[in-house]
Design a binder for this molecule. Structure first.
Ligand code: FHN
Length: 484
């Protein structure tokens, strides 16, 4: 009787296990048994392993472009300078919709030259660009057939996105299309759905959004991905099923498409990470104007950091207030991002006439000058797995034994400390800018070295290349051991 009961209980437990395994399988093998069942959570546990994503991972440095009608007032309205982010001027400044929307009749960027934008990016060393096709104000930089609020109805009349995609691609730069889900121009957009009427309106808006996204993917087939924004409102975070379905549809249309973690909410309205803490998207999009401090902060995800030059402006603002980042600071941010396995994306806000402000051109040139000599330490590099030191950042070349020390702080001794994991030693050390110069490597204690350089006169960051030997065990052990 007892045995019979135990067998029955065992059968029940087994049955439940099989059932839960089926549930797991139905959710694309993502969740573990101890997680919250989700229909619209993450669909993958680990990083993507395909070549498109591998290329994205190797970009290192990118450019962001915020351009739209807001560039015309450039942060100034009725003679008053507005202090918030220029692209939000309509909302922050309480400008009536019809007044703001009539900026469309002033959009005629006679100095717009996509080739020269692309050349600036190329010169800076950017490997990809993220371009606003439509920001929160809803103005489309492409002639969308689903709304009248586009370039086609401006005095300029012509498509902006197509020529940009072509010009950047010609320079070997990949394009990602920025798209704001929130759309202040669309009558169907709601911040929150409170009534039946809201719900009907928002259903129409969802169809419109789907149409526009498929239109973009069909019109610009070389675009590598979509960078979503404006997905935080109560209306959108309830659209888990719709967004999930749409994401699948877009991925089916463009295999390899890269979509960050800002697009879809999960069943409980959670964004970026689902209710089980898993990333929803191909990379983490939460690093806006901030950079992680240590590798643990990125939780094993791919990620990029998007950064403004002044503290607050994405779109063109005539007044750049507060601290303006320098070339060296921006190079350091790039190095830090790559050292933690991410890409660094620097924002540009072109003017209403289509030209790029001088400050941005100068920054691009300054970064580019450094990148031309040192890009080997940035492109196709990743977290090197070494302990961070005060002099700067380690990056590691994917698939090789090369490690780069990107130096921002030079010790007065001229000796740079390197700590290696056990069973690893340094074969050679050299300057990236002078590959034939061999630097002296001194083994100072177990797995610890000093790399010696002679004094430097310039104030630019520079790079030391280490060739590591991961097979030969520890180095000579000739250092003087501490005596007890
Ligand atoms: O509101 C926008 C902002 O204007 C800008 O586009 C940034 C870029 O990451 N995204 C939003 C704020 O998170």
């Amino acid at each position: 009787m007892n045995i019979h009961f135990n067998i029955k209980r065992f059968g029940l437990v087994l049955g439940l296990m099989v059932l839960s395994l089926n549930v797991i399988y139905a959710q694309e093998k993502v969740v573990k048994t101890d997680t919250i069942p989700l229909k619209h959570g993450a669909h993958r546990i680990d990083k993507r392993t395909d070549s498109v994503m591998a290329k994205w991972r190797g970009y290192g440095l990118g450019q962001f472009i915020h351009w739209g009608l807001y560039a015309i007032p450039g942060g100034e309205w009725n003679g008053k300078t507005y202090n918030g982010a220029a692209e939000w001027i309509r909302s922050w400044n309480g400008i009536p919709k019809s007044t703001y929307d009539s900026l469309i009749y002033k959009f005629n960027p006679t100095k717009f030259n996509p080739e020269s934008w692309a050349k600036t990016a190329k010169q800076m060393g950017a490997k990809y660009v993220t371009i606003t096709t439509k920001h929160h104000d809803g103005f489309c930089l492409w002639p969308s057939k689903y709304t009248k609020y586009t370039v086609a109805n401006s005095p300029y009349k012509k498509d902006i996105i197509g020529p940009l995609v072509n010009a950047y691609n010609k320079e070997g730069i990949d394009v990602i299309l920025y798209f704001s889900i929130m759309d202040w121009n669309q009558p169907g957009w709601r911040y929150e759905i409170k009534t039946k009427e809201d719900s009907i309106a928002f259903e129409g808006f969802k169809k419109f959004t789907r149409n526009q996204l498929l239109e973009l993917l069909n019109k610009y087939p070389t675009a590598k991905g979509l960078w979503f924004d404006g997905t935080w409102d109560k209306s959108w975070v309830k659209q888990a099923a719709f967004a999930d379905e749409l994401e699948k549809e877009m991925r089916a249309l463009r295999p390899g498409l890269i979509i960050g973690s800002r697009f879809r909410p999960d069943d409980f309205g959670k964004r970026h990470n689902d209710s089980n803490g898993r990333l929803m998207g191909d990379y983490e999009q939460g690093w806006e104007r901030k950079i992680p401090n240590k590798i643990e902060d990125v939780h094993g995800n791919d990620w990029d950091c998007v950064m403004t030059v002044p503290e607050n402006q994405w779109g063109y603002n005539k007044a750049w207030n507060g601290h303006i980042k320098t070339v060296n600071e921006l190079i350091e941010m790039t190095a830090k991002c790559v050292s933690l396995g991410g890409n660094f994306v620097l924002n540009f806000g072109p003017k209403g006439d289509g030209s790029i402000r001088k400050e941005e051109i100068d920054l691009a040139a300054g970064i580019g000058n450094w990148m031309r000599v040192n890009n080997e330490a940035i492109y196709n590099c990743q977290y090197a797995g070494l302990e961070k030191q005060d002099w700067g950042y380690f990056t590691g070349k994917t698939g090789s034994n090369k490690v780069y020390m990107i130096i921002f702080n030079v010790p007065v001794s001229g000796a740079f400390r390197v700590k290696l994991p056990a069973k690893t030693s340094i074969t050679t050390a050299s300057l990236l800018e002078q590959p034939n110069t061999t630097l002296k490597v001194e083994e100072i204690s177990e797995n610890q070295y000093f790399i010696h350089t002679s004094a430097r006169a310039d104030n630019k960051p520079f790079v030391i290349v280490l060739d590591l030997n991961k097979k030969a065990g520890n180095a000579s052990g000739t250092y003087e051991k501490a005596k007890i």
